[in-house]
Design a binder for this molecule. Structure first.
Ligand SMILES: NC(=O)c1ccc[n+]([C@@H]2O[C@H](COP(=O)([O-])OP(=O)(O)OC[C@H]3O[C@@H](n4cnc5c(N)ncnc54)[C@H](OP(=O)(O)O)[C@@H]3O)[C@@H](O)[C@H]2O)c1
Length: 253
């Protein structure tokens, strides 16, 4: 008799755990991440790792037709030049109604030879356009999508070179200023959106082997993005407005 009762209980429990109402299926739908500049470098590695982890990945590229590596990750590839208001508007129109859980403002440029006093100010303008106005344009346009997402997380890929506290050299005009400005955008946006449940952070990915970082860099993209993903996974509302490092630490502003 006791065996019969326990069999009935087991059947009942299995039945319950196997039941999926439409509501619970929705609750377990895979989260959506949008990554800018995802055709190479850190962006491509973000796309690979989030795809492997079961996320729905939207990876943007300036030239989707040549973004074969990104396509291979299984990501949805969309056109985006972050310096073009039309391109940003087109992306937002195509994504109308699509919730986004996580936005990674990753696209960025650097001019290694930018030294004072010969610095080319037109080049500085271009760097600021990509690295600062770019994330502002994209975030502004996709805010409705992010508001509709469950996680409401915005990550700006910054740099240790954007830390005022850690600057003991100089050089890299345009790039350093751009990341300081991105950090301030991050901090202000975090304050503005705190009460709406958003988490907005700046992230120092470390020095990484990409076209930008060069082959002598300390980290592989796998190492950097693995670390960044675990920082993002562990974020709580108290973390909004912080400047984090790929290894879990906090970067001084
Ligand atoms: N690598 C490092 O050591 C390091 C360190 C600190 C911070 N970061 C930051 O990490 C981010 C990614 O850098 P990375 O090392 O992966 O650089 P990367 O290999 O040079 O890749 C840069 C990405 O940005 C895209 N991009 C450039 N201009 C764009 C525009 N106007 N619109 C849209 N996309 C554009 C590029 O697209 P195209 O292929 O079309 O040019 C490419 O996908 C950047 O924000 C960078 O500042 C990198």
């Amino acid at each position: 008799m006791r065996r019969l009762i326990s069999s009935i209980l087991i059947v009942f429990a299995v039945g319950l755990s196997g039941a999926t109402s439409p509501a619970s299926a929705d609750a377990h739908a895979s989260p959506v991440v949008l990554i800018t500049g995802a055709n190479r470098g850190l962006g491509l590695e973000f796309a690979r790792q989030y795809g492997d982890a079961g996320w729905q990945v939207i990876g943007t590229a300036r030239k989707p037709d040549t973004a074969a590596d990104l396509r291979e990750t299984g990501a949805r590839v969309m056109q985006l030049d972050v310096t073009s208001a039309d391109s940003v508007a087109q992306l937002a129109a195509e994504l109308d109604g699509q919730p986004i859980d996580l936005l990674i403002n990753n696209a960025g440029v650097l001019d290694r030879n930018s030294a004072f006093p010969d610095v080319d100010l037109a080049t500085v303008e271009w760097i600021l356009d990509v690295n600062v106005l770019g994330p502002m344009r994209v975030t502004q346009a996709l805010l409705p999508n992010l508001s509709a997402g469950d996680r409401k997380t915005i990550v700006g890929i910054s740099s240790g070179l954007g830390s005022l506290a850690q600057n003991e050299s100089g050089g890299l005009y345009g790039y350093r200023e751009s990341k300081v400005a991105l950090n301030m955008f991050t901090r202000s946006l975090a304050n503005e959106l705190r009460d709406d449940g958003f988490i907005v952070i700046a992230m120092n990915p470390g020095w990484v082997q990409t076209d930008m970082g060069g082959e002598n860099a300390a980290l592989t993209p796998e190492q950097s993005i693995n670390g960044i993903r675990s920082v993002i996974d562990g974020l709580t509302p108290e973390d909004t407005g912080s400047f984090r490092v790929y290894n879990g630490g906090t970067n001084p502003w």
